[in-house]
Design a protein around this ligand. Structure first.
Ligand SMILES: NC(=O)c1ccc[n+]([C@@H]2O[C@H](COP(=O)([O-])OP(=O)(O)OC[C@H]3O[C@@H](n4cnc5c(N)ncnc54)[C@H](O)[C@@H]3O)[C@@H](O)[C@H]2O)c1
Ligand SMILES: N[C@H](C(=O)O)[C@H](O)COP(=O)(O)O
Length: 322
């Protein structure tokens, strides 16, 4: 399987964790990095290529070299780089859609830097990739060995969550999650737990009405379709080890309800994966980490896990085409 890596924000830790991950996986996965090679850590062995490689390259990191103009200053994004960062994602998508690569792994972007420098119209990769693929609804999943979580609403202000959390959104999110658990992760009959929006999942309507009005009817309808769905559950007690053993994925009402438990349990090993796209996309669970960029101390574990997951998902899809 060949995986292309979009460079992400040059002022962040993305180039560093990509170079370190390549060093760790050089004999295991065919990796190709898209970006300006001057943004890679000094001393990274580079081999410029004109197309993604199809075999592992243990001696040098294959690079689709693109000129971003000014050099990168660690920790300080340059608006002049933003168009190149966006173009690298677009190129990665084009390569996986054409079949030139098997999967895309995106290094972290700095959303504000892209909005300022490239009038980026999306709050994250997830929404941008959906637009590039022409898909109306995609699902963000963060996965580690101990837990898989899905925020039903993603990058929106907390104040907008109750209105955005419709029965249609919840139902589609759960259907996409269940289908991907089977297709990409080999779970024959996925068990999905759903977190309530309100404290104590609404306490039978005494602490918020969304569970009774929206969530419970939606989950009952999904059970009628044959899906194994439990909830809405009180979110505070569904992430300890015994609770986690009862489901394959937790669908949550909003971003932090889903991402706090997984980034607490396994920040180093978590992977962000987009479900519902016509291609495989993963990413590390961390961001640009400007506070440590350029110091050589960034932990590549999440990037390594993201690359391994991308290759494994691409292999699973090759074995199990839709
Ligand atoms: N996949 C993505 O593109 C992605 C994911 C998450 C956040 N982001 C973006 O990144 C930017 C910064 O986000 P943030 O500050 O909330 O989170 P962050 O993950 O960048 O940093 C949070 C903390 O974790 C540390 N950290 C992060 N990655 C690390 C690594 N590999 N090794 C060691 N320590 C690491 C940082 O030093 C910092 O202290 C924001 O613009 C955010 O939107 C992008
Ligand atoms: N919500 C993600 C996280 O905090 O890990 C992150 O912002 C990445 O989102 P995209 O994959 O949409 O860029």
């Amino acid at each position: 399987m060949s995986v292309v890596i979009s460079c992400g924000e040059p002022a962040g830790v993305g180039p560093e964790v990509a170079a370190k991950a390549w060093a760790a996986l050089a004999a295991e996965i065919a990796l190709t990095w898209i970006g300006d090679p001057r943004h890679l850590p000094a001393g990274t062995p580079v081999r410029e290529v004109s197309a993604p490689v199809s075999a592992p390259s243990p001696d040098a990191l294959p690079v689709l070299a693109r000129d971003f103009g000014p050099p990168a200053v660690p920790g300080t994004p340059n608006p002049a780089h933003a168009p190149g960062v966006v173009a690298a994602i677009e190129e990665g998508v084009a390569l996986v859609r054409s079949g030139a690569a098997s999967a895309l792994c995106t290094a972290p972007i700095h959303k504000a830097a892209l909005i300022d420098g490239a009038a980026f119209a999306y709050p994250g990769h997830t929404e941008f990739l959906a637009a590039l693929a022409g898909v109306e609804r995609v699902v963000m999943m963060l996965a580690c060995d101990a837990l898989k979580v899905v925020p039903a609403t993603i990058h929106i202000p907390l104040a907008e969550v109750p209105e955005a959390l419709t029965a249609d959104l919840l139902s589609e999110t759960i259907r996409i999650t269940a289908a991907s658990l089977t297709r990409d992760f080999g779970v024959a009959r996925p068990r999905i737990a759903v977190a309530g929006l309100n404290p104590h999942a609404g306490e039978a309507g005494k602490i918020g009405g969304e569970e009774l009005a929206v969530m419970i009817p939606a989950l009952e309808a999904l059970r009628g379709e044959g899906l194994d769905v439990t909830g809405p559950l009180p979110a505070d007690t569904m992430f300890h080890a015994a609770a986690r053993s009862r489901y394959d994925a937790a669908v949550c009402a909003y971003h932090d309800q889903a991402l706090i438990p997984i980034k607490t349990i396994d920040f180093a090993g978590g992977v962000n994966v987009t479900l519902g796209l016509p291609f495989v996309r993963t990413s590390p669970d961390h961001g640009t980490a400007f506070d440590i960029a350029g110091r050589g101390v960034a932990d590549p574990t999440s990037m390594i896990a993201a690359l391994r997951m991308a290759a494994a998902m691409a292999a699973a899809r090759a074995r199990r085409p839709r």
